[in-house]
Design a protein around this ligand. Structure first.
Ligand code: IVH
Length: 688
């Protein structure tokens, strides 16, 4: 008996729904191609979902019309007990490898020889990238995907049809009028790097096993007995050839490999051959080199390029040797991943104090260079990857990037493998290593006394908003540290013009200028000095607040955590950092030395709160004072609120004259400016 539902439907409604199903499928397939094959979506995700749901609803209503090639059937199904074996109708061959230009030349010579071409005639090659994934064979009968198989040993592979159906860029039905009765499409399944990163991220969040690289992730995802897992992973596919073709329509009686690939593209397969055919070996090598340079910019891994004789008639003449075609060769890039053993793990202190665990490795050639060290990023990373001293590890070096340890090969772990422990003190300077809550990076707290951080600290110390030492650039600082002239910032004030002039690319005049700038910097403000010390988390604004709040450096140095917490904008992290900084006696020594060497600053409380006879007065120093050095006198005056100028004018309020005062004194007398000696000046200063 008919269900009331169906009974209520007229034949014409059924026909309309059937047509709608067909239209929806065609439309969704076209959108899939636009999205997954051409990377150019034609509708929004929401619009796609709406069409998809409409189709799903219709298929639920009419289960009799559900077909295996419907776009809704890509979600995976019941897990398999195992994979069935599939015998390939046409064996899946492999490629011979070339690693050098010489080997490519030898290949070309063999091809020419095999074809008996005359000297001076060059062979036409189709060139492609060599995808670093897994080979797969897709069998279409009457245009419908009926079977997908892995390469296996080349003769027999595994039936992974259910999994392959979930790969969106693989057409379930060929979109064309003329299609061969049987068509086997050969190509590579891979995972794009971004999809790989995302997968590993989710694996990590779920506490599941991480994949070493995109190829392993692609293999692991394709060889899943549960196709729903495959469906949840983003796999991609690129076609690069054909296997069995039974083609009465003669679509594939093509004369060139390039045409075959074009035909596959027209059928809706993703292909990656935007390369024109190339004649002769020199062009091949150029293609190899260009592709090598572009390697890192591709969204997926490649491990070389492939050269194929383009003319299919020539291919046939050349034939095969053992399991490889004589008409093709893979020109491989140096491997980006190799395995080696971890001899030790120690730490490296960066210029910002970041302490990075580094694996010392048994030398191994990766990506064309010998690698002996590889970064392990941070302690969490070491723990997550569970890399131990003595382990066999996979090391990766991509492009110019620092080599890194990808993972340990657990099967090869020796019984005496040792776990890495982050040291508690800096190997460079002995300061405590700290790691703040929520931070992955451990840091040396040595700041400016840590040699590893010294250059960075000095650059900061000398910078415009800190001690403002004009002309003391990064290059100069690097040189001074490298030759051992400077070990702590106070050493800057011990430099002589001669020492500066002895540095590379330092003319006498520039040495004098830098020397003068260093001397000028001795007179500074409390805020600048605090900022210059480079206490972690103490930026310019915090330095100013501290100076204003405490007035003197002594007060800042003596402030405890509780005090500091009451300061505006100083939170627990900043307060802790300040206290830790002063707890290190070596920082106190630096300050002591700076003072001894004549560095001085205005104690804010003095200038801001108390007016003196010198407040806002312009003062000029001339001649040699009996007890005070020029800089010392200047500092005293500035602390008292004076502006110390270099020349006498009508605006000058006082001239302080010493022995051998010359023209400035004369000018002061001419202009009627008050002149006094050191003793008078000190008297006035005392009266404040
Ligand atoms: S052609 C008869 N083209 O390399 C030639 N193979 O070492 C069959 N591969 O198993 C292969 N990219 O997995 C060809 N553009 C490409 C390729 C490619 C990657 C893989 C494929 C094959 C292996 C051969």
């Amino acid at each position: 008996m008919m269900t009331p539902d169906l009974f209520s439907q007229t034949d014409s409604m059924r026909t309309a729904d059937e047509q709608r199903i067909a239209r929806l499928r065609a439309e969704l397939n076209a959108h899939n191609i636009a999205y997954y094959v051409n990377d150019a979506p034609t509708i929004t995700d929401a619009e796609y979902d709406a069409l998809f749901q409409e189709l799903q609803a219709l298929e639920t209503q009419y289960p009799e019309w559900l077909t295996a090639d419907s776009p809704t059937q890509r979600v995976g199904g019941t897990p398999l007990p195992q994979f069935d074996k599939v015998r390939h109708a046409v064996p899946m061959l492999s490629l011979a490898n070339a690693f050098s230009t010489g080997e490519v030349q030898a290949f070309d010579a063999r091809v020419r020889d095999g074809l008996g071409v005359a000297d001076g005639v060059s062979i036409e090659y189709a060139v492609e990238v060599k995808f670093d994934g897994l080979a797969i064979s897709l069998r279409y009968e009457q245009g419908v995907l009926v079977q997908a198989a892995t390469r296996g040993d080349g003769e027999t592979g595994e039936d992974v049809t259910a999994n392959v159906r979930t790969i969106r860029s693989i057409p379930l039905r060929l979109q064309a009028k003329r299609i061969p009765e049987v068509l086997e499409v050969r190509g590579e399944v891979l995972m794009k790097r971004a999809d790989f990163e995302r997968l590993n991220q989710t694996q990590m969040e779920k506490g599941e096993k991480l994949f070493a690289n995109p190829r392993n992730a692609a293999a692991g995802s394709l060889r899943q007995l549960d196709s729903r897992i495959t469906a949840s992973r983003q796999l991609s596919f690129f076609a690069y050839g054909v296997g069995e073709v039974s083609d009465s329509a003669q679509v594939f009686s093509q004369v060139s490999f390039a045409r075959i690939v074009e035909q596959l593209r027209d059928y809706g397969f993703p292909v990656y051959t935007a390369h024109p055919v190339i004649r002769g070996v020199d062009g091949l090598i150029e293609f190899y080199e260009q592709t090598g340079k572009a390697r890192e910019t591709l969204p997926f891994d490649i491990d070389g390029v492939v050269y194929k004789v383009n003319d299919t008639a020539q291919q046939e003449i050349l034939g095969f040797v053992s399991r490889s075609p004589r008409w093709a060769i893979a020109h491989k890039f140096p491997a980006q991943e190799m395995s080696t053993t971890v001899l030790d793990i120690d730490v490296q202190v960066g210029r910002t104090g970041a302490v990075t665990p580094v694996a010392r490795l048994a030398p191994v050639e990766v990506g064309g260079v010998v690698v002996t060290n590889a970064t392990l990023h941070n302690a969490d990373e070491v723990a997550r990857k569970d890399v131990r001293i003595g382990d066999t590890v996979i090391v990766r070096r991509a492009g110019d990037v620092i080599p890194e340890v990808v993972m340990s090969v657990l099967e090869k772990r020796p019984v005496d493998a040792r776990v890495f422990v982050m040291p508690s003190v800096c190997p460079e300077c002995g300061s405590p290593i700290e790691r703040e809550d929520g931070e992955a990076v451990s840091r040396c707290t040595g700041g400016m006394i840590c040699p590893a951080q010294l250059k960075q600290s000095l650059m900061h110390f000398a910078s415009r908003k800190a001690m403002n030492i004009d002309g003391l650039g990064d290059k100069l600082i690097e040189q001074m540290v490298d030759v051992g002239l400077i070990k702590t910032p106070d050493d800057l004030y011990r430099l002589s013009t001669a020492q500066l002039a002895g540095l590379e690319r330092m003319a006498e005049k520039s040495a004098q200028n830098v020397y003068a700038a260093i001397q000028t910097s001795k007179s500074t403000t409390l805020a600048r000095l605090i900022y210059a010390l480079g206490i972690r988390h103490v930026g310019e604004a915090t330095a100013k607040t501290l100076a204003k709040t405490y007035g003197t450096l002594d007060a800042v140095m003596n402030a405890n955590l509780d005090d500091l917490h009451t300061v505006e904008d100083v939170g627990p992290v900043v307060a802790h950092s300040i206290v830790t900084f002063w707890a290190d006696a070596r920082h106190q020594t630096v300050i002591k030395h700076l003072v001894e060497l004549g560095v001085h600053w205005d104690d804010v409380a003095v200038t801001e709160k108390i007016a003196t006879p010198f407040t806002d007065k312009t003062v000029v120093l001339t001649g040699t004072l009996p007890t005070l050095g020029r800089e010392e006198a200047k500092a005293l005056l500035e602390q008292a609120g004076a502006k110390v100028a270099g020349s006498v004018s009508k605006k000058t309020d006082y001239v302080i004259a010493g022995v051998d005062a010359g023209s400035k004194l004369e000018k002061a007398q001419q202009l009627g400016v008050t002149v006094m000696d050191e003793a008078q000046m000190l008297m006035m200063l005392k009266r404040q």
